[in-house]
Design a protein around this ligand. Structure first.
Ligand SMILES: Cc1cc2nc3c(=O)[nH]c(=O)nc-3n(C[C@H](O)[C@H](O)[C@H](O)COP(=O)(O)O)c2cc1C
Ligand SMILES: CCCCCCC(=O)C(=O)O
Length: 380
């Protein structure tokens, strides 16, 4: 039997000159060896005592897939449709700021790798390249824009306008980061990527933001970003206003409570992302996968439900979809891939991951994402 033909994952890794780590744990270790220790600490660590970070990595194990067989799953279709556009996999790349910490080509490398797989790239407000630079490098591949609200509201609306003009297809408003989590690793390392200028590309190219500053010296720009990102006044009236100011679908990222999910539907929000920000904001909060079943029940198909925080393997994707998610976002794994192998590293990682999703789907007894919805999951 020609076993090399049976699984491209093995083929790809055995035949490539340089081994690219497949297990997440190995990938994380390889990234650690590649980048500055404080930068790695910023990416890898969680807030507080990292209770939530640990929970994100263990909660999936509480759920067990109960597969069914003998159903002919040979015609596999992993596609999903979100806001009128069909994507080949139930996967998106989570917004991650300061990507130059991992590789000089940062967002441009990641967006190109995502485009190669038709996976939507969600650009962070605090990205290392601007909306316009990323668009110039990647054309009309699917891109969404993650918005950090701004104390200077017109700055937020202007960034939304820039994203619309550049052809971005959705706005993701992150609601859990109106101030930064208590990040002990960064405090210990005295590390602030913002102070070092890693996340300012969208701000220093924004006329409305620049006009709001007392002057345009670098220190004034950084202080302006800090003042903007710190916005504890964020509330449902702002969501109503954002909805009025854009024609794009608006998703809220950071939903963990079913009541907030319900409020989102009442305020005309177009989608939600269940997320605890990878354990980086409030330590001790519920894991996304634990929050999912109740939220999915309350949303009841009215709007798309996405999820991130702890997706590491194809079986995690299967569990999330079976428990009610429409799609999931990958976070740290693609950042580590970028650190280890640049654009090729991310492309390679996504090629492997999508095959893991395919294998995990069919071995569950499902041929479509709808079939996964009918899968039996037990909780221990
Ligand atoms: C280094 C780093 C930077 C991040 N930056 C942002 C950001 O700018 N905006 C945002 O909404 N979420 C940001 N996140 C959170 C991710 O979007 C996502 O919620 C989280 O990484 C999911 O957890 P996981 O990576 O452990 O799966 C960041 C996460 C990391 C690791
Ligand atoms: C004050 C800068 C905030 C950037 C936050 C980026 C992020 O979401 C994360 O580090 O997590």
């Amino acid at each position: 039997m020609d076993t090399t033909k049976s699984n491209d994952v093995f083929l790809q890794n055995i035949s490539s000159d340089e081994y690219f780590p497949v297990p997440f744990e190995e990938l994380e270790e390889a990234a650690k060896q590649k980048i500055d220790a404080s930068a790695f600490g910023y990416i890898q660590s969680g807030a507080g005592g990292e209770e939530t970070l640990r929970k994100n990595n263990t909660s999936f194990s509480k759920y067990s897939i109960v597969p069914t067989f003998l159903k002919d799953v040979s015609k596999l279709d992993t596609s999903i449709t979100l806001f009128g556009r069909t994507y080949p996999y139930p996967l998106l790349l989570a917004p991650v700021g300061m990507l130059k910490l991992a590789d000089e080509a940062a967002d441009i490398a990641v967006a190109k790798a995502a485009a190669a797989h038709q996976i939507p790239f969600i650009q962070s407000t605090v990205s290392s390249y601007s909306i316009e630079e990323i668009t110039a490098a990647t054309g009309d591949s699917p891109k969404w824009f993650q918005l950090y609200w701004s104390n200077h509201r017109e700055t937020a609306f202007n960034m939304v306008k820039r994203a619309e003009k550049a052809g971005y297809e959705a706005i993701v408003l992150t609601i859990d980061t109106f101030s930064l989590g208590w990040r002990e690793t960064d405090l210990k390392n005295r590390f602030s990527p913002l102070m070092q200028g890693f996340g300012k590309a969208n701000y220093e190219t924004d006329d409305v933001f620049l006009a709001s500053l007392p002057n345009q010296q670098p220190e004034s720009v950084i202080q302006g970003i800090k003042d903007n990102i710190n916005h504890p006044s964020l509330n449902w009236d702002d969501i109503r206003e954002l909805k009025k100011r854009t024609t794009l679908p608006v998703l809220l990222k950071g939903i963990l409570h079913p009541e907030d999910a319900l409020q989102a539907t009442r305020h005309g929000v177009d989608g939600i992302i269940i997320s605890n920000h990878g354990g980086r904001q409030l330590d001790g909060v519920i894991s996304s996968i634990d929050a999912l079943p109740e939220i999915a029940a309350i949303i009841d198909g009215k709007i798309p439900v996405l999820l991130d925080s702890g997706i590491r393997r194809g079986s995690d994707v299967v569990k999330a979809i079976a428990l009610g998610a429409d799609a999931v976002l990958l976070g740290r794994p693609f950042v580590y891939s970028l650190a280890v192998g640049g654009e090729t590293g991310v492309r390679n990682y996504l090629a492997n991951f999508k095959q893991d999703v395919q294998a995990s789907t069919t071995l569950s007894g499902a041929a479509t994402m709808q079939d996964l919805r009918d899968l039996t999951i037990t909780r221990t």
